[in-house]
Design a binder for this molecule. Structure first.
Ligand code: FEO
Length: 417
């Protein structure tokens, strides 16, 4: 999106976190596509200003939102007073305006992680970025000190956290974030149901592949006994109450370990002439007969990022496709490519589909699910042309088997809790 820069942005104000720390980011009410992720509630790009003796800016915003950020900074200080800029994460939604603001305010120093230095050079040709070593500290004047914690692969190699010790504020870049545009800045001002939905969707679509790194990071944070009063991420709300901080931290531990597995089977499928569709519905009937839950996602009307979110807790993934020109249906291929990259874990599964004359789709899908380490509970159900009553009973039986297994898994899980 290109924003006009000839319109004044002077009405945009900073939002105070503490007496010397401000949010100076931008709200993107418009975006609905974040490289394949359906951001149905928009997003924010959060940047933060610390008014130390050395005024410090933490992260910036996506390039089209630079004037909004500058206006918010200007509501607190003269932007030229910025001495230091810290780049916690090099992805362009946080560094798009970095070179522009460097040119404008000419800061004394700009810091990033070792990998961040390389990424900022590669993206923008920036040469004078200083490495913020893992565990090092930067005095920003008086009694204010920032320390740096490298968080590689959360979710880029360059990612790091900055921690303002004296105020106990963790600037966590993408971690603990969510895509949610709002006029409110703090989690305690927002609807908890929406926060839960968007935080889990964000985790599933951005962080799920790196769950093992998240578990290690949680260990690291616990081992250094980091005291946190505020978590300030780069997207969505800021957490300032101990209740909210505990909530999001617990959610991350639970999602990263997939501690809670629900009795839900996600059934994703597409259909040409409603024959694969009727198979999907028969499987769903069988699942429901066992007391487990079937969540159907017909791909003609479902977005891949909502399916990814459903897989965060689901215990089963069942995939159906017709065969089109010797291949699985294109929408199914899209979905499988996307979710394979997200690496969902602890899933049982099955494959089904109807076909006309060759029927390769089901074996292709089976191979992909095996590569994803989904534990298939049977061979694919493959029906030629239109399913007969006995075929639909086989589909229902498959659903029953999946539901029965899910019930067992959940009982085992509860015992081990
Ligand atoms: Fe919000 Fe990885 O960028």
């Amino acid at each position: 999106m290109t924003k006009r820069t000839d319109i004044t942005t002077s009405s945009f104000n900073a939002v105070r976190l503490t007496n010397d720390v401000f949010w100076v980011g931008a709200i993107d009410w418009t975006t609905r596509n974040f490289h394949g992720y359906n951001t149905s509630r928009g997003t924010t790009y959060n940047a933060y200003l610390i008014i130390g003796e050395k005024v410090t800016l933490i992260d910036t915003v996506k390039f089209p939102f630079r004037d909004e950020m500058l206006a918010r900074i200007s509501s607190v200080i003269n932007p030229k007073d910025i001495c230091y800029i810290i780049s916690n994460h090099a992805e362009p939604d946080h560094t798009g305006a970095l070179k522009w603001i460097i040119d404008k305010v000419n800061p004394e120093k700009v810091f990033a992680s070792k990998m961040g230095v390389k990424a900022l050079n590669a993206h923008y040709g920036l040469n004078d970025i200083i490495t913020a070593e893992d565990g090092s500290e930067l005095n920003i004047g008086g009694d204010l000190n920032l320390s740096f914690i490298n968080t590689p692969m959360l979710h880029w190699p360059d990612s790091m956290f900055s921690y303002l010790k004296e105020k106990r504020i963790l600037f966590s870049q993408d971690a603990f974030g969510m895509h949610l545009a709002s006029g409110k800045r703090f989690a305690d001002e927002m609807d908890k149901y929406i926060l839960c939905e968007e935080a889990s969707k964000y985790y599933a679509n951005i962080l799920m592949p790196y769950s093992k790194f998240i578990l290690k990071l949680i260990e690291k944070i616990n081992s250094i006994n980091l005291q946190i009063d505020i978590i300030a991420p780069d997207h969505g709300p800021i957490y300032r109450s101990s209740k909210d901080i505990e909530w999001i931290s617990n959610m991350y531990s639970s999602w990263a370990s997939k501690k809670t597995i629900s009795k839900t089977a996600v059934i994703v499928y597409d259909t040409m002439w409603q024959t694969t569709d009727v198979m999907a519905r028969a499987i769903a009937e069988g699942i429901e007969l066992t007391g487990a839950t079937a969540a159907l996602y017909p791909l003609q009307s479902s977005h891949r990022s909502d399916i990814a979110a459903a897989l965060l807790k689901a215990g089963a993934l069942i995939v159906g496709s017709p065969t089109l020109n010797n291949n699985m249906f294109p929408t199914v291929a899209d979905l499988l490519t996307y979710i394979k990259g997200l690496n969902p874990t602890k899933l049982i599964g099955a494959v089904f589909g109807s076909y006309g004359w060759s029927g390769e789709a089901t074996s292709q899908i089976k191979q992909i699910l095996e590569d994803m380490e989904v534990k298939l509970i049977s061979e694919p159900i493959k029906i030629k042309y239109v399913p007969k009553n006995e075929d639909l009973l086989s589909c229902q039986q498959l659903g029953r088997s999946i539901g029965t297994q899910l019930n067992k898994i959940c009982i085992e899980n509860d015992k081990n809790d």
